[in-house]
Design a protein around this ligand. Structure first.
Ligand code: ADP
Ligand code: MG
Length: 747
């Protein structure tokens, strides 16, 4: 150990020399000057002091004040200056992989180093970290995974949990785990960082930990709501006035009315159509979108955004534009549309960039760079540009008002949930992005009256998502009883939703009677997807039909690739029915549609194929890339053989596929009774249910199966099943999981 100490000492001195050298070099000096201009610098000593004297410190400060890039660096620098550099080990978590990557790159550059020297990052499936890395940026999921093998975080000196105001499920979960860990590791330091001022909540959770606020400065930003925007872009305002005082609810009525009018071939002004399109785009819950499926979700509101961007590019002073969209697919379709525009698609005038988690880092860098003179930078981003990524030269913000409420650790770009309204706090954050360098403008694509209905803060993810995956994780981390553990959360979930999750895990066989993890449960906990999808993947591997099953799982994670345009509904329905054939299965229709598309792609006719069959090429592409990720993941977890490159060995037997789908979707099951003129469907909890019109099983005279398994049901005036697959008694008995527990009456 004396030798060890000597080595550490030598390394620490090396680190110190290197740091000094950089800080005295011309570039280093320039960088230091910039860093000292950030608001966080004024608080540097106070921050370091508080951290050395308290085990937990909460830090708040406006976005861009230097929390993420500076604070971890201050700790690292001060340790290095004190010649302890080699023995400190700082972990800073980020809710998203892209911010972990971008921030680590920035911090390495600020230290005059390459990534992987003293600063590194690690995200799922990727990382850049060396033997001498002392400051590691990682996703929250990565730290949770590390806790799985190293419960005391041995060797870690500081844990910094960033962006806690977002209240992601993983972050809330991590806070409980760390709270348990702190007494066992008295020398460990925990720093929580937040962009909003509600730091008190976190402080009191850790027994009154001190809070430090970094005061910031932003320029005023002018807000334009939809009503002003329509005026500005030259739309006629008259029809819009009719919905002036309406809240969200009433907009739906208006939409229905419009639908009716459209049916009657009545004249609608383009303004009403676009307003309604926007409303649909952002306001629709799953069910309303279904009942109003005439509005094509792929082209919504884009025209208004295009108008605003044109106005800015033509008339406004210099400055970058940041457009907040809901997700990857919106961003891509909008980008396609804008690229085809004569002005916005002209690269000598506009630098159009998309910003999402899986983009290559070369493109990522462009986002932060200044464009050439006379070129307007337009960045299309998701809500990650709200707080975790700072683009310096933004003067104009376009805010669509919605965000996808995804869970952070799930495979990225997997929009399981649909967009919903953001909170007032988030809208404020978005607006604030325009005022960093000079007074700015923000265009909200929703009326003021809708803004007034937004919640103040977004509900923590823990309180609004199913807890099944989380409960599995609690068990696999051996954190004790699920209910007891979750009752200690910052804002504990309802007991009932915990009980539901535990019961569900017992029914599918992931937990035994005593809430212990089964072998299946253990395997499921290693896959970062919903348990039902994980179970399908595992059984797909076991029964050698992984290729088609992966398509189903990817399809259920992305969204339905079948398009149902309002005016061609009959044609679209029969196109879909052809894929299902005699199988009475939406899932098998999906597999066949996907496989047909792959075939057509190979013959360079993918586009015509999609056109002919009413399929969304976008969605199929997203399914395709997710499939690749699943295969990678299954290999990484050892569930399938490393050498499986050739998928031809996988079975495509449809009975087998049906059985595996049944095993995954159970207990999502309803009984089928064919009557003279209709079919009666019943589930355990709801009684009578109906099939959604887009299902291949809707409208058939007879379903020759006693059961249908389904992935999702939605309640409108009645309960509708979205997609379903027919299964026989024997398949249900053999593949259904814990049938007696589910309370299903097989007689
Ligand atoms: P916070 O975490 O408080 O929101 P950051 O530490 O992310 O703030 O950013 C502080 C400042 O550092 C920003 O205002 C910006 O000026 C600068 N900055 C951050 N990332 C980059 C980058 N990739 N390139 C250039 N400057 C950056
Ligand atoms: Mg930050």
């Amino acid at each position: 150990s004396v030798v060890m100490e000597r080595i550490l000492r030598r390394r620490s001195l090396q680190l110190r020399n290197k740091q000094q050298e950089w800080q005295e070099s011309p570039e280093g000096k320039k960088m230091l000057e910039f860093r000292r201009s950030l608001p966080a610098y004024k608080e540097r000593d106070a921050l370091l002091n508080a951290i050395s004297q308290n085990q937990v410190v909460v830090v708040s400060g406006e976005t861009g004040c230097g929390k993420t890039t500076q604070l971890p660096q201050y700790i690292l620098e001060s340790e290095i200056e004190a010649a302890h550099g080699a023995s400190c080990n700082i972990i800073c978590t980020q809710p998203r992989r892209i911010s972990a990557m971008a921030v680590s790159e920035r911090v390495a550059a600020e230290r005059g180093e390459k990534l992987g020297e003293s600063v590194g990052y690690k995200v799922r499936l990727e990382g850049m970290k060396g033997r001498n890395t002392r400051l590691l940026f990682c996703t929250t999921g990565i730290l949770l995974r590390r806790l799985l093998v190293d419960r005391d975080l041995r060797g870690v000196s500081h844990v910094i949990v960033d962006e806690i105001h977002e209240r992601g499920m993983n972050e809330d979960f991590l806070l409980i785990v760390l709270k348990d860990l702190l007494p066992r590791r008295p020398e460990l330091r925990l720093i929580l960082m937040s962009a909003t001022l509600n730091a008190e909540l976190f402080s009191s959770y850790y027994g009154g930990a001190p809070t430090i606020h970094i005061p910031g400065f932003t320029y005023p930003v002018r807000s334009h709501f939809l009503e002003n925007i329509l005026e500005m872009t030259g739309y006629r305002l008259t029809p819009y006035n009719q919905i002036d005082d309406y809240g969200q609810e009433k907009m739906w009525k208006m939409q229905k009315q419009a639908q009716y009018l459209k049916k009657k071939k009545s004249q609608l002004t383009s303004a009403v159509e676009d307003v309604l399109e926007i409303a649909d785009f952002r306001g629709c819950s799953l069910r309303t979108r279904q009942s109003l499926s005439c509005w094509n979700p792929d082209s919504i509101g884009f025209n208004v955004i295009e108008h605003i961007l044109c106005l800015i590019v033509k008339k406004e002073r210099p400055g970058a534009v940041l457009v907040f969209m809901t997700g990857w697919d919106d961003i891509n379709s909008l980008k396609d549309q804008l690229q085809a525009h004569p002005l916005l698609g002209d690269p000598s005038k506009v630098l159009l960039l998309a910003c999402h988690g899986s983009m290559p880092s070369s493109e990522q860098r462009l986002i932060f760079e200044k464009p050439e003179d006379g070129v307007r930078k337009i960045v299309l981003a998701t809500n990650m540009a709200e707080t975790s990524i700072t683009i310096n030269d933004v003067v104009f913000v376009v805010d669509c008002g919605k965000a996808k409420e995804t869970s952070y650790d799930a495979l990225n770009n997997t929009p399981c949930l649909l967009p919903s309204w953001i909170s007032k706090a988030a809208a404020r954050q978005r607006r604030g992005r325009a005022g960093r360098v000079q007074p700015g403008e923000c265009y909200h694509l929703y009326p003021k009256c809708v803004y007034d209905t937004f919640a103040d803060y977004q509900l923590p993810e823990l309180l609004r998502t199913p807890l099944q995956s989380l409960c599995l994780q609690i068990k696999s981390l051996e954190l004790g009883g699920i209910t007891e553990f979750l009752s200690r959360a910052l804002q504990p979930p309802e007991l009932l939703s915990v009980q539901n999750a535990v019961e569900y895990l017992k029914i599918i066989g992931a937990l035994d009677e005593n809430e212990n993890l089964t072998v299946l449960g253990h395997n499921l906990s290693m896959l970062p997807v919903e348990p039902k999808l994980g179970k399908m993947l595992i059984l797909g591997a076991i029964f050698s039909c992984l290729d088609p099953i992966t398509t189903v799982v990817a399809g259920l994670s992305v969204r339905d690739p079948f398009l149902m345009p309002f005016d061609k509904k009959d044609l679209a329905e029969s196109a879909k029915a052809q894929f299902s054939g005699q199988e009475y299965s939406d899932h098998i229709a999906l597999i066949r549609a996907y496989e047909g598309w792959k075939e057509a792609e190979r013959e360079q006719s993918g586009y015509e194929y999609c056109w002919k069959n009413f399929l969304s090429a976008q969605t199929l592409k997203a399914i395709d890339s997710l499939r690749k990720q699943f295969f990678y993941l299954l290999k990484a977890t050892g569930l399938v053989d490393q050498n499986i490159e050739n998928c031809n060995k996988w079975s495509h037997d449809e009975h087998l596929i049906q059985a595996v789908i049944c095993a995954g979707l159970f207990p999502g099951i309803c009984s089928v009774v064919n009557k003279e003129k209709s079919i009666a469907l019943k589930t355990m909890e709801d009684g009578q249910v109906l099939l959604h019109l887009n299902s291949v099983n809707a409208g058939v005279p007879k379903i020759p199966y006693p059961w249908l398994v389904f992935n999702e049901k939605v309640k409108v005036n009645a309960v509708f099943l979205r997609d379903s697959t027919g299964v026989s008694d024997s398949v249900l008995l053999l593949f259904g999981g814990n049938i007696s527990r589910s309370g299903l009456d097989l007689c």
